[in-house]
Design a protein around this ligand. Structure first.
Ligand code: HGY
Ligand code: MN
Ligand code: MN
Length: 421
């Protein structure tokens, strides 16, 4: 089936159409998880999948599965997909490309009247971004049995709304238990969100794994005071503590070159008034590294640093690690299917580890998994200017199609040979 080809224009038109759901004046997409906008794109997904003859189910974490039957409906499906939620100032391609390219794969099979050996399921994972509800990849984490349902349901957004209530409010809390859904394999197409492929002029990344990620929530507590009447020596300025932490977190990453990254990405100052010395600051820390030992060393340095901030400033510093996603190695057979797919598609390809987290990192714990990367302009993502060309999107969809066909053929051979799967 090497002559099967996805349709570049159809994929691009669908990408541009769905980008209008939550589209921003700067050309990005703001479609936070479990909002009405998320529901709109979920409805688009279901209607489109059903128009291709798929059956659509939703599990109790809102994860959507659009199923196309194979010759063997009794074996677990090959899943393909990503996420449709975005960052507050997200782009058109992060997550969206993976889901829409997967639908394009199904449409290509449908139009060709080709029936795969295994069923194919297109997946939309809930709350991949972790922006409205922390941590990221919440539903795929429940799917992989890393997070308990109740823990996930009780995560709250900045307005105090729980994940469970938001899920029910848009009618996306399905009956199927998240995680009780065996998969034969999972392939996720995604933009690289970094500069490597573009810089090297390589068309496809065969992703071998995902670096380790740890998130921390820190609260610095001082004392609200009048900015005019309170002498500097008597202040307990929480923002001064936060400012020191922000600087020191950056230094920790620079102390572990070239791969370590660490970021204070969100900051809430209370009471956030021009003439009040801030009495409380809440901030988040995101630390990443491909090597678990280095990531642990970074956390140890963070702990030591935080312990020394409070006393000199007369403030209290409390820190909680809310997420620990160890480095992930993807399935060798799946990665090889991606490499082969790129090569038979006439595309240049190189192995690489993902800097960004993805649902595939959790799914890899319960099913053979791999990812496909295509370049994005300037390596920019989580930014309204995020851009991947029509041709590059088409490359990704074609490699996804061929990787699925390769793996599907291998599954059939295994079964024919009587190998346990
Ligand atoms: O945080 C991440 O790496 C992903 O984009 N959610
Ligand atoms: Mn993503
Ligand atoms: Mn993202």
């Amino acid at each position: 089936m090497r002559n099967l080809r996805t349709d570049a224009t159809r994929l691009w038109d669908n990408l541009m159409q769905t980008a209008t759901i939550g589209g921003t004046p700067k050309g990005g997409v703001r479609r936070l998880t479990l909002t009405d906008l998320d529901l709109q794109v979920r409805d688009w997904f279901s209607n489109t999948a059903r128009s291709l003859g798929c059956t659509v189910t939703v599990d109790d974490m809102g994860v959507m599965f659009a199923r196309r039957e194979g010759q063997r409906s009794d074996i677990p499906p090959i899943a393909i997909g990503s996420h449709l939620d975005t960052q507050p100032t997200g782009g058109k391609f992060d997550g969206n490309l993976g889901v829409l390219a997967a639908l394009e794969v199904v449409r290509t099979l449908h139009d060709a009247g080709y029936t795969t050996y295994a069923p194919i399921e297109v997946v939309n994972w809930t709350n991949e971004e972790g922006s409205r509800f922390t941590p990221a990849m919440l539903a795929s984490g429940v799917f992989a049995k890393v997070f308990a349902h109740d823990w996930a349901y009780n995560r709250t957004d900045p307005a105090g709304v729980t994940f469970g209530d938001a899920l029910s409010a848009i009618g996306q809390r399905g009956s199927q238990r998240c995680g009780d859904h065996p998969l034969s394999a999972f392939f996720e197409l995604h933009i690289e969100q970094g500069p490597i492929l573009e810089a090297e002029g390589i068309e496809v990344g065969s992703v071998t794994g995902v670096q380790g990620i740890r998130w921390f929530e820190v609260t610095v507590t001082g004392q609200d005071a009048h900015t005019g009447a309170t002498p500097m020596r008597l202040r307990k300025n929480a923002l001064m503590g936060a400012a020191q932490i922000i600087q020191e977190v950056d230094k920790i990453a620079h102390a572990h070159p070239p791969l370590a990254v660490a970021t204070v990405g969100s900051l809430q100052v209370k009471p956030n008034s021009p003439n009040v010395v801030p009495g409380e600051v809440f901030l988040t820390i995101d630390m990443r590294h491909p090597d678990a030992a280095v990531l642990q060393a970074m956390e140890d340095e963070l702990t030591a640093m935080l312990a020394g901030v409070g006393a000199p400033l007369g403030v209290e510093v409390a820190s909680t690690r809310i997420w620990d996603q160890p480095p992930v190695a993807f399935d060798a057979r799946c990665v090889d299917a991606v490499r082969k797919a790129a090569k038979i598609s006439g595309l240049s390809v190189r192995d690489m580890v993902s800097g960004a987290g993805h649902d595939a990192a959790y799914v890899a714990r319960v099913a053979p998994t791999a990812m496909i990367f295509v370049p994005c302009k300037g390596g920019i993502s989580h930014n309204e200017s995020e851009f991947t060309s029509k041709e590059q999107c088409a490359h990704g969809a074609q490699v996804l199609l061929q990787a699925v066909l390769d793996y599907d053929g291998w599954l059939a051979e295994q079964r024919a040979a009587g190998e346990p799967r």
